[in-house]
Each structure stands twice: as C-alpha cells, then as structure tokens.
Ligand binder design. Structure first.
Ligand SMILES: [Zn+2]
Length: 117
C-alpha cells in the first residue's frame, strides 16, 4: 500500500480514483464524513478506532471478524492502527495518513484501492 502523508490543512479529502468527496473541510463541520458512492474506500480510521471498513479490507488483512471481537482488537497486535493499516497488500492501494493536532499527535487514515473492473 502506498502511503501518502498529508497535513490537516489538506482537507477536504477526495478519492484518488473517482474524485468522490470523502471528508469535507471545517466549513462542513469537524467530523463531516461522506462515504457516498465511492467504491474504492476500504477503510477509515483514527488512532483510536476504525470508523468504517469493507469485507475486502478484512479479507486482505486476514481478519476473520467472527473470530476477533472487533477490528480494533486485531489492530492491537500491532503497535497502532497506522502501522496495522500499512500492511494492506491490494495492488495499487493508497493510504492517506493525516496527522492532526499539536505535533501530529492524532492520526486519521483513509484507505483506497482500485476496483477489479
Ligand atoms: Zn472512489
């Protein structure tokens, strides 16, 4: 997975494959989030937890959600969600890592992958 680091001033976030708006900027509210019609988004997470993820992502990460309580538990095997999500192996996948707050103390992560079509 290609990792692209961004700054919090880089909002809004658009899908790199279809240009769908994924997360708006401050004017839309601090937590404005739009999963919309984008079929490339495979996960949205912060350092605290996953906000959204697809079956495709779980399959690629070898996470069986019937065996682990949550994806957050699976990520606990790694030092953090940032490191965990670096391990996606879907060809062409892209991760935006946005470090927010003082000294970039809080991360937000958006994973995208091309569709098979
Ligand atoms: Zn898309």
């Amino acid at each position: 997975m290609n990792k692209i680091k961004k700054l919090e001033t880089d909002y809004p976030i658009y899908c790199p494959f279809c240009d769908e708006l994924i997360r708006g900027d401050e004017e839309d509210g601090p937590c404005f989030y739009e999963s919309g019609e984008c079929e490339h988004l495979i996960f949205v997470a912060t350092d605290c937890s996953f906000e959204e993820f697809t079956e495709r992502f779980c399959k690629n990460m070898n996470v069986d959600l019937e065996k682990v309580k949550s994806l957050d538990d699976a990520a606990n095997a790694y030092s953090n969600i940032d490191e965990f999500t670096d391990n996606v192996t879907i060809p062409g996948s892209i991760k935006y890592a946005i470090y927010e707050g003082l000294g970039g103390s809080l991360g937000a992560y958006f994973g995208f992958a091309p569709t098979d079509k």
